[in-house]
Structures are given as C-alpha cells and as structure tokens.
Design a protein around this ligand. Structure first.
Ligand code: LLP
Length: 424
C-alpha cells in the first residue's frame, strides 16, 4: 500500500503531480511520501500491540534527515551501523536512548561516541568486539548495555548477498557458542548484558525462517537465564520483505509477523525490539526519470533514460526487479511492447530491466521506478561524475527538496589538486 496513484491521468505523490516536481527539480530524482512512511511505521506498531516494544527504524534503508525525522516524530527508535548513521539519527531527533548500534566492525571511536551520547544498546557481533567495547567503556567509567548477536544458522531464503543468518555468513557469533560468549561477557566489568539479538537477512518473503530463528532465540534465552544472565530484551532484527512486483504473491504481512513474534518469544516476558528498514521506506519512494532516447537495436528496443546504476544500483547488484510505470497514465487499450530500460553509464550492467512490457514512451516522457525508497538514494554514487540526484519529500499537497542536487562546481570542489601539480 502506498500513496502514489494516478489522478487526472498523471501519477501523483499524495496530492502532488509528479510532473510538477520534475519541472521544479529536474530529472532524475527520488520522491518520498510522508503518508506512506507513517502508515508503514504504524503497521508495525499495530502488529506489536500488547507487547513492550521498540521499533528501531534501520537507517541504512534511507537515512535522509527528513525521512528519519518523520519517523522520529511518531516515536521510532533507530538502528544504526556507523558513526555517520548515529549522527544522523541524533540530528533527526531520535532520542539517544532509542538508538541501537549494530554492525560487525564498530571502531573504538564509534563506540566512544555512542557511549558519550548514551545510546540504548550495542548489538555485539564477536568476542574481540566485546573486549574492545569493555575497554572503551571502562576507560570512560561507564558500562555498555549489550546484546550479543547470535547466528542461528537459518537459511532466510533470500538473495545470497543479503542473507545473514547462515553459519557461513560473517555476522554474529554461532548460536552453538553463545553460552560461552555470554559467560565471557558476564565477566567483563564494562559490559552490562541486557539481551539477545538476531537478524537473519533482508527481503524475506516467508515467515518460516523467522519462526526457526526466533524459536532458537527463545530456547537460548531460557538457557542464558538458567546460567544467571538477566536477559530482558530481545532484538529480532529487520528483514520483512516488500512486494517489488505487483503481479507476484504478496509477502507476509507485518500483522502475521507480529503474531509470530508473540507466539515464539512472547512467553519470555522480554521487551521486544525490531529493526525494520525496507518495509517502512521501500514502497514510500519512487525514482523518477526521463526518457532520453528510444533506440532500435538488433531485435530489441532500448529506452535510454537519464537515471543510471549510480542512482539505483539494486538491479545491477542483486538482479532486483522494480516495477516501472509511465507517469502519464496509459489508456486501458494502449498497447505494450517489450523494451530494455537502460541508463547512460558505460557498462552493460547499467540495465534496469530487460524485455519489459511497457506502453510506448518517447524522448522526454517521464517514468517512475516503484519501491525505490529503501536502498536507493543511500546506495547511490557519483560514478561517471553524475552528481547525486535530489530527494524530495511530499506531505499532502506540499513538497520540499530534502537533499539538493550538487552543481558540477560543488562536485569538483571536493577534490584537491596538490601543490606540486601547480608548480611549473
Ligand atoms: N538490522 C540489521 C542488523 C541489518 O543488517 C539490516 C539490513 C536491517 C536491520 C534492516 O533490514 P530490512 O528490514 O531493511 O530488510 N542493500 C540491500 C539490503 C541490505 C540489507 C542489509 N541489512 C538491498 O538493496 O536489497
């Protein structure tokens, strides 16, 4: 469910026609809907109703300050994985005691900063990290609240690059060794064990892997309690998938995910934390682009558009599908024909879709990629010296640019030519 619909023949973001934004900021650009962001956050709130819980929005999906501030206003916490994301969460108004710090490679500097501002917890992923955190905390005269991320060796049945809960993945400590690691943590003065953490992957389209992971976490919790640890919080990660292709079966609903959580870990009387990213931001965003050329190839046609893999890398990186729709509503009798939708970057990988059935579009026509609000703008780059594209947030009939497109001069100004190259 989103708020991008056709009105009077044009695709709108809430009450704003997309061509109006295109005229104002130029293409390509990202546009997000406040109403969709809010709705998706509330869907999780409703799914966990009746439990003591925190929804820690995963900033990696979309860390724009305006997006995070929209969610912070509703009471969201934040899941961060770097000092930069920590700074963003704080700047957007997420209270420090609602911020959890995940990630396999936290540096001592990042730990120090997180302890200084007083975050809620660290999700620790290894024994060396535990020792580093203990040292940093003791040097500051503090104790760090910690969950240990366990790797439950569960196949999330998602793309291999975003599957994280199998034994061969770099994440967490093997669940088989968890009691040992907790015993180690329990002996460290700078560490305050508060719970258990798990995250098995992203874009999960089936609840079964969650069921086995959460069941394993519940069993572990009982064992850890028997070992004398005060386990009072369970962080169950993120990962719930979204429908990228409207013609496919819909992934499980947050409500059913919430019911599963209650069924598998509800009896433990722990505070529940989840870290959704994609489900909140994904379908709240479009990438809007213009057709530059329609080009005839050998046996196939290409639509060359002004967005490229540097703006949205998911198709190149994960063979991801994004629905592509014309901004001008096609008539029901308008024929469709297969085209390859490609960007201007000098790589064959810069292909968004192959033989996609689309209504005829010509140079200058606008098109939109759906489900581009998560892992879109945040993963973009300036490859081929294509400046980062603007992000726009719509709220009802209003819209605002929430990240400007840099000028070429601004882009170049970040480089410095060393002094010796100025010498004759
Ligand atoms: N928590 C942890 C520890 C994570 O590693 C992730 C995602 C999340 C939460 C949020 O997961 P979500 O609810 O968004 O699925 N760039 C890839 C996705 C990478 C996900 C990485 N971790 C993509 O475009 O599909």
């Amino acid at each position: 469910m989103d708020h991008f619909t056709y009105r009077d023949g044009l695709l709108n973001a809430e009450e704003v026609p997309i061509p109006l934004i295109a005229e104002s900021v130029g293409t390509p650009f990202y546009v997000y809907s406040t109403a969709t962001l809010e709705r998706h956050y509330r869907v999780f709130e409703e799914a966990l109703e009746g439990t003591d819980h925190l929804i820690a929005y995963s900033l990696k999906a979309n860390g724009n300050l305006a997006v995070v501030a929209t969610l912070a206003r509703l009471g969201a916490g934040a899941d961060v994985v770097s000092g930069g994301e920590l700074a963003r969460a704080l700047a957007a108004g997420v209270p420090a005691d609602r911020i959890v710090f995940s990630g396999v490679g936290k540096t001592s500097d990042e730990m120090r900063e997180a302890l200084r501002v007083g975050i809620r917890q660290f999700n620790v992923e290894s024994e060396p990290e535990l020792e580093a955190l203990d040292q940093v905390a003791r040097a500051m005269g503090k104790r760090a609240a910690v969950t240990i991320r366990v790797n439950p060796d569960v196949d999330a049945q998602t793309h291999e690059k975003i599957s994280t809960g199998k034994a061969e993945n770099k994440f967490g400590v093997p669940i088989s060794r968890a009691r040992q690691v907790y015993a180690h943590a329990g002996a460290l003065e700078g560490i305050d064990i508060v719970g258990v953490d798990v995250h098995i992957g992203s874009q999960l389209t089936d609840l079964a892997p969650y069921e086995s992971a959460f069941t394993k976490v519940a069993e572990l919790t009982e064992l850890l309690r028997a070992d004398g640890h005060d386990i009072r919080r369970l962080d169950l990660g993120g990962g719930l998938g979204i429908p990228y292709q409207r013609s496919n079966a819909a992934p499980p609903l947050p409500f059913d995910y919430g019911a599963l959580i209650k069924r598998t870990v509800g009896h433990l009387d722990c505070e529940i934390q989840i870290e959704p990213g994609r489900l909140i931001a994904g379908n709240a965003g479009l990438l809007v682009s213009s057709v530059i050329y329609r080009k005839e190839g050998e046996g196939r046609d290409f639509l060359v558009i002004d967005a490229a893999m540097n703006d949205l890398i998911r198709p190149a990186m994960y063979d991801a599908w994004h629905d592509i729709v014309p901004v001008r509503e096609p008539g029901s009798d308008q024929p469709v024909a297969p085209v390859d939708v490609v960007g201007p970057v000098c790589e064959t990988g810069d292909t968004f879709a192959r033989t996609r059935d689309l209504p005829l579009m010509e140079a200058g026509d606008l098109l939109a990629f759906r489900s581009a609000g998560a892992y879109g703008a945040v993963m973009s780059s300036e490859y081929n010296s294509r400046p980062l594209i603007p992000e726009v947030l719509v709220n009802g009939a209003e819209f605002a640019v929430i990240r400007e497109r840099p000028t070429y001069a601004e882009m170049l100004a970040r480089d410095t030519v060393p002094q010796w190259l100025h010498r004759p």
